[in-house]
Design a protein around this ligand. Structure first.
Ligand code: SF4
Length: 314
């Protein structure tokens, strides 16, 4: 019995087979790093703009796709791929440049869809028009970093936008038929279990198609690493993370695809928690514990009438 709506099930339902993601670096930066909003970026963000697995932007998009295909051939025998613009903010640029990159990415026959990682405050109407147009040719999956619905925590993270901006972006994308995924971080400093539950209820109230759940990672050369070195704060143990992520899954709306439920911190950058590098073990433990608890996605799900009030937090 599948106890949650897995990404592999979603891919099979959407494409009839498992498809493999190729991470691409489109040579973007981020308004939270280039001085437009700030220069520091989100305090947890690595120097690679959270795209540390992406191919090198020195190669063209088609060059990166070709290389990604070659590298995936050891572990993936299928023939279709998702081109994933992962590093930095991949809708941050002139529309003509975005168009050229996206069109190059969807051109190969074997590319089934494109995934685009971005910020909700980098989706002006002309960019949404372009995404809608591309989405009519091949599916566009837009991924946006939310992390938390609490503006107070977001200010600590230097996220650089208020949660109502995320609400508006998710709704604008849904109105145009563009599927969105929200990235959430579990275990943020200062957040109680109830605050995390409020974030899940906030997401449940939005027209999003997927979530990516992760524990907080401390990565080298980040502001968070400095804060942690000066004043260490508690991080998840494997047991406490497994319990927390299962609680989130139980609260999550059943039609939301869980695209990730462990961390994805690069080995050479990860300071803590290092146990999260054993992804297969963590996943197996989550599955075993869900079975032991007879847990499943949506077990505690209710439509929360006050969910919208989260966006008015001062
Ligand atoms: S928005 Fe993304 S790329 Fe920009 S600083 Fe935050 S995590 Fe990094």
């Amino acid at each position: 019995m599948e106890r949650y709506y897995s990404y592999s099930r979603f891919l099979k339902e959407t494409f009839g087979e498992k498809v493999y993601k190729i991470s691409i670096d489109g040579g973007f930066t981020c308004p939270n790093r280039d001085g437009t909003l700030s220069e520091g970026g989100c305090i947890f963000c690595s120097e690679g703009g959270s795209g540390d697995y992406a191919e090198s932007s020195r190669l063209s998009v088609s060059g990166q796709i070709a290389r990604g295909k070659g590298q995936s051939s050891k572990k993936y025998s299928g023939g279709r791929y998702i081109a994933y613009f992962q590093a930095f903010t991949n809708t941050y640029g002139p529309v003509d440049r975005l168009r050229a990159l996206y069109e190059e990415a969807i051109a190969p026959e074997e590319i089934a869809a494109i995934a685009i990682g971005t910020r909700p405050d980098c989706l002006p109407a002309p960019v949404l028009d372009l995404l809608e147009e591309i989405n009519r040719i091949k599916p566009v999956f837009l991924e946006m970093g939310l992390q938390t619905c609490h503006d107070s925590t977001a200010a600590f993270l230097n996220r650089g936008y208020r949660t109502e901006v995320f609400t508006q972006a998710a709704e604008a994308c849904a109105a145009r038929g563009i599927r969105t995924t929200a990235h959430l971080i579990l275990g943020l400093p200062g957040e109680s279990p109830e605050m995390l539950a409020e974030t899940i209820r906030y997401v449940n109230a939005l027209p999003v198609g997927g979530v990516k759940l992760s524990m907080l990672h401390i990565l080298k050369n980040t502001r968070l690493a400095d804060i942690y070195a000066q004043e260490p704060f508690p991080l998840f143990t494997p047991e406490s993370y497994i319990s927390c992520v299962i609680s989130c899954i139980e609260m999550l709306r059943p039609d939301i695809v869980i695209e990730r439920m462990t961390g994805d911190g690069p080995r050479d950058l990860l300071i803590a928690p290092t146990w999260s590098l054993h992804k297969r073990n963590v996943l197996n433990s989550i599955h075993q514990e869900m079975k032991r608890r007879d847990s499943f996605q949506g077990k505690q799900w209710q439509v929360h009438p006050a969910a919208g009030s989260m966006i008015t937090e001062k």
